[in-house]
Design a protein around this ligand. Structure first.
Ligand code: SAH
Ligand code: SF4
Length: 345
């Protein structure tokens, strides 16, 4: 048995996890990594068949009080025109989505507590349409999260970004890793179906630290984990750092599928940006969700987290067709309706 196959076998049996994960994450070629990709695809098809689940994302505000070093909508980017969608614009986007058979939405923004009151009023209206609501709004105190739960939000999405304490502090001048972990724990405890994730290829990120991220996910047991490659943005302090290619991100996706077999893993927009086939590649190695963009066209270019972000000129009708084509390219098909609210673990 070669070294990759031996490490894969040991990972599946929980033996020397960190060491084996670090080894697998460091495998240099796709050819050598193939057994892991194949195993991840097998597991994904066992639980999800050939189905790809859809969540329509609406980027409702690009105001942000934080200054994360990698992010194009950080507060110090003065070049950016800021916007907030009106409640009606959000509802219209949801209704459009519903017409296309997409019954679950992700409402995402910069960290914009100034919009909380309005959002709390919009959520029950969306729920009245029978559409499941995920919010991705960043860090708040526990009592605020409770208000969102009470308003009817079903799911919460907040990436930990990295669990490496040194890297986390270097990238997040306003944040504390322990507080972010605590937020995620609270969110889960409150009964939100919880999503988290990391970026891959961050400047200074080691394979060992990604292995630690994977072990953190094993402990947290979230329902969804979103992985995206880091992509430089020209108006941020990390503008000169090189983007990696899609391979390291695909490795993380497939290892996640093996470690947490029933979890939801999206093929993310950042994957489609770093590589035009990135999302379909991810669907072939363990991913089972796509999140097409339903932000009204005029605002999309203002929610540019990184350079060359895809899907910012299209209108939403196109995104449904495009999503179907990506699924087909991976030999899968889109499943409409609410993504299983059942326990993913
Ligand atoms: N403000 C919220 C959600 C919006 S940001 C929050 O921070 O949780 C959504 C995600 O975009 C972040 O979690 C981050 O992982 C990703 N992101 C931001 N800048 C990026 C970049 N330059 N490259 C790749 N992904 C990026
Ligand atoms: Fe704001 Fe989120 Fe970007 Fe950080 S990652 S600057 S919190 S939008």
């Amino acid at each position: 048995m070669d070294k990759v196959q031996m490490a894969l076998k040991q990972v599946k049996s929980d033996i020397k996890l960190k060491e084996n994960l670090t080894f697998l994450l460091s495998v240099p070629s796709r050819e050598e990594f193939k057994p892991v990709f194949e195993e991840a695809d097998k597991i994904c098809r066992k639980y999800y068949g050939n189905k790809v689940y859809i969540r329509g994302i609406i980027e409702f505000s690009n105001y942000c009080i934080k200054n994360c070093k990698y992010c194009g909508i950080r507060r110090e980017n003065k070049k950016l025109k800021r916007y907030r969608l009106t409640p009606q614009e959000i509802i219209d986007a949801v209704l459009y989505m519903k017409k296309g058979g997409i019954m679950t939405t992700v409402l995402q923004s910069g960290e914009d507590p100034g919009y909380d009151k309005t959002l709390l009023q919009i959520i029950p209206k969306i729920k009245n349409e029978g559409v499941a609501v995920t919010i991705s709004i960043g860090e708040r105190q526990e009592k605020v999260y409770r208000q969102f739960k009470k308003a009817g939000a079903d799911r919460f999405l907040m990436r930990i970004e990295t669990t490496d304490p040194v890297l986390f502090s270097a990238l997040h001048p306003d944040d504390n890793l322990n507080f972010r972990k605590k937020c995620l724990k609270n969110i889960k405890k409150m009964g939100f179906e919880t999503g988290t994730g990391i970026m891959v290829g961050l400047p200074g990120q080691s394979m060992e630290s990604i292995a630690d991220d994977l072990l953190y996910f094993r402990r947290l047991k979230p329902a969804m984990i979103g992985i995206g490659p880091f992509l430089a943005h020209e108006d941020t302090p990390l503008k000169d750092f090189k983007n990696t290619d899609i391979f390291p991100t695909l490795k993380v996706v497939s290892l996640l599928r093996i470690l947490l077999p029933k979890i939801n893993i999206p093929a993310t927009t950042a994957m489609g940006t770093i590589d035009k086939h990135g999302r379909q590649e991810a669907l072939k190695v363990g991913a089972n969700v796509i999140m097409p963009n339903f932000t009204p066209s005029d605002y999309r270019k203002m929610y540019k987290l990184y350079d060359d972000k895809i899907c910012i000129t299209e209108n939403y009708g196109l995104c449904i067709g495009c999503t179907e084509a990506i699924a087909k390219a991976a030999n899968k098909e889109v499943k409409k309706g609410v993504l299983g609210v059942s326990k993913a673990w």
